[in-house]
Structure formats: structure tokens, C-alpha cells
Design a protein around this ligand. Structure first.
Ligand SMILES: Cc1cc2nc3c(=O)[nH]c(=O)nc-3n(C[C@H](O)[C@H](O)[C@H](O)COP(=O)(O)O)c2cc1C
Length: 312
């Protein structure tokens, strides 16, 4: 699965929906992971969780992320995801958000390695589920578990492990500790993928070419920039800096609006589109005033007009 080092759109709750996965794939993302889906929600028939499983036509192969804390529920949810079209299941063992950790899922598992072990064991039971793990370096400065999780994941035949090298306690503060990640990855008996603070093509290529890493995952660096994947590929494969022309940006932004409309319907999609538009205009002259205006617009035709004005 990871023969060629992939550049991957990270699982991003509220962002890596079908529309954004489609856009990122069109710019060369090798994989695009779904938003995290509640294993319990799936198993208990929650409609919203079921909807999150629906693949986009670009999801080939399709990598779905689940979060949960109960091994058998996670196994059942993984089987449901496979039946819905997933090719690979990622298990979230790193999300530090309160709502998730209070259920014992996400980063809470970093404090409960025995439970994490049981989850991996359940997924590895015959017939084995093709799965990966996504984690952080540890809970806090006292509880570093990356090496243990790598060992466990290899023992229970995970296909890969992705690490965002911050502790859960750090949330998104400070810097991702890539040195620590590389040191662990060098000795790892399974593919290790790195995620964290990749915001420019040169950094991405440096990590991509590092012999210890099996691939890279991009998160916040793609916000308002689905073409980031192409920037990285142009640099790593052709050695050239590539910047999208204003027209390509405009067409991409408009397409994003159309995709969101198909996915969510006109009314709800506009709310989501505004959030993305605010990212798209970041850095352009007059962005602050533009952002204010964006959040007042309710007519899709006016939004379109505005996109034409900004990206002529
Ligand atoms: C808005 C947002 C939503 C996220 N949602 C998820 C998620 O659903 N599952 C997950 O494993 N990580 C999630 N993450 C973490 C990212 O996948 C990624 O590992 C992290 O942001 C570090 O990468 P970055 O610095 O490139 O953003 C999220 C991060 C952000 C900012």
C-alpha cells in the first residue's frame, strides 16, 4: 500500500469532507483520509455518522478514520466501513479534544496503552481488518508512548502508524518534535508517516525524502490551499517551484462551492463555504475587510461575484 511515499490529506474533522477530499485529490494527494467517524455512532445507527462514511468518487483507495474506545465496537464499525467502500481503516489515538477524550477515545488511549492494545488485537483477529494507527508522541512530558505504540502496532499487523509529534497536553501549541519522530521511525518495524507543521513545499520535500519516513500527512497547511499537494509534487519530482495562477485559484474556489452545494445543499453549504473562503483570501491585500464582508453574504451569486473580484 505504501510502496511509493504518499502525500496524504490528514483526517480533519469539519474539513476533510467529500468536497475537500475531491479537491485535494485533483491536485495530487495520494490519499485523503475521512473526517473522524464515531465507531459507537456507526454501530448504534446514528445517521450523521453513517453519512460521514459515504465515499467520494475520488476516494480510491478510501481511508476512513474511526474513533472509539471499545475494541469490539471498533471492530464492528470497521467492518461496516469496509462494507461501505473503505479500503483501509485508521484508528484515532491522538485527538486531544475534550469531547473525544472524555469518552476514553483519541488521545485518552495514550494513557491507557492496554486498551489501545486490545483495540489493535481485535482488529487483527481473523478475518483481519486492514488498519493503521494515528497517534501523538504521548500524553504529556512524563508519558511518552510513541515507541510502545509503534511496537504494538507492528505486533498486531497495522499497515502503518502516523504520528503528529506533539503530546496531547500541547494540543497545537509549541512545535511538532520531528527529531523525536524520526528517531522512533528509524527503528520502526512498520511504515511511519509524519504529520505536523508542514506549511511549505521545501519542508514537505525534506520530510518526504527522509529515509526513516514512509510518507507525510498535511493538515492545516492545506486550508485555503488544496493545490499545496501540487506545489510539493512539482518541487519533489521536477525540482521547480510552482505557484497556481489566479485563474486556477478562482476556478478551484468556485468548484469548491459547487462541491459543497452538492454535498450539503445550498443553505448549509454556504455556511461552510464562508469558512473556506476566509482561508482562501488569507494573505491577499485587504483580506481583513474581505473576511468581514464574506460573513455577511447570503446570496451565492454575490459570493461568486466576490470571488471573481478577488481572483481576476
Ligand atoms: C481542524 C482540525 C481537525 C482535525 N481533525 C482530526 C481528526 O478528525 N482526526 C485526527 O486524527 N486528527 C485530526 N486533526 C489533526 C490533524 O490530522 C494533524 O495531525 C494535525 O493538525 C497536525 O498537522 P498540521 O500541523 O499539518 O495541521 C485535526 C486538526 C485540525 C486543525
Amino acid at each position: 500500500m505504501f510502496t511509493k511515499k504518499p502525500i496524504i490529506l490528514a483526517p480533519l474533522a469539519g474539513i476533510s469532507d467529500r468536497s475537500f477530499r475531491n479537491l485535494c485529490r485533483s491536485f495530487g494527494a495520494d490519499f485523503a483520509v475521512s473526517e473522524m467517524v464515531s465507531a459507537k455512532g456507526l454501530v448504534y445507527g446514528d445517521r450523521k455518522s453513517r453519512m460521514l462514511l459515504v465515499p467520494d468518487e475520488s476516494d480510491k483507495p478510501y481511508w476512513v478514520q474511526l474513533f472509539g474506545s471499545e475494541p469490539e465496537i471498533i471492530r464492528e464499525a470497521a467492518q461496516m466501513a469496509l462494507a461501505a467502500g473503505a479500503d483501509l481503516i485508521d484508528i484515532n489515538m491522538g485527538c486531544p479534544v475534550r469531547k473525544v477524550i472524555k469518552t476514553g477515545a483519541g488521545a485518552a488511549l495514550l494513557r491507557e496503552p492496554e486498551r489501545a492494545r486490545k483495540i489493535m488485537q481485535a482488529l487483527n483477529r481473523a478475518p483481519a481488518i486492514p488498519y493503521t494507527i494515528k497517534t501523538r508522541t504521548g500524553w504529556d512530558n512524563e508519558i511518552f508512548v510513541l515507541e510502545d505504540f509503534i511496537k504494538m502496532a507492528a505486533e498486531f499487523n497495522a499497515k502503518a502508524l502516523t504520528c503528529h509529534p506533539r503530546t496531547a497536553k500541547m494540543m497545537f501549541s509549541g512545535k511538532a518534535d520531528w527529531q523525536r519522530l524520526m528517531t522512533a521511525a528509524e527503528k520502526a518495524p512498520l511504515p511511519v508517516i509524519g504529520s505536523g507543521d508542514i506549511n511549505d513545499a521545501a519542508t514537505a520535500v525534506t520530510y518526504l525524502k527522509h529515509p526513516a519516513l514512509a510518507g507525510i500527512m498535511l493538515g492545516r497547511g492545506t486550508f485555503g490551499r488544496p493545490w499545496f499537494f501540487r506545489e510539493i509534487k512539482e518541487l519533489s519530482e521536477n525540482g521547480r517551484s510552482w505557484v497556481p495562477a489566479s485563474e486556477l485559484k478562482r476556478e478551484t474556489i468556485l468548484r469548491h462551492g459547487e462541491l459543497l452545494k452538492e454535498e450539503y445543499g445550498e443553505k448549509h453549504s454556504l455556511l461552510l463555504y464562508r469558512k473556506h473562503l476566509a482561508w482562501y483570501i488569507k494573505g491577499i491585500p485587504g483580506a481583513a475587510a474581505c473576511r468581514k464582508k464574506i460573513f455577511t453574504l447570503t446570496d451565492p451569486a454575490l459570493v461568486r461575484e466576490m470571488v471573481y473580484d478577488i481572483f481576476p
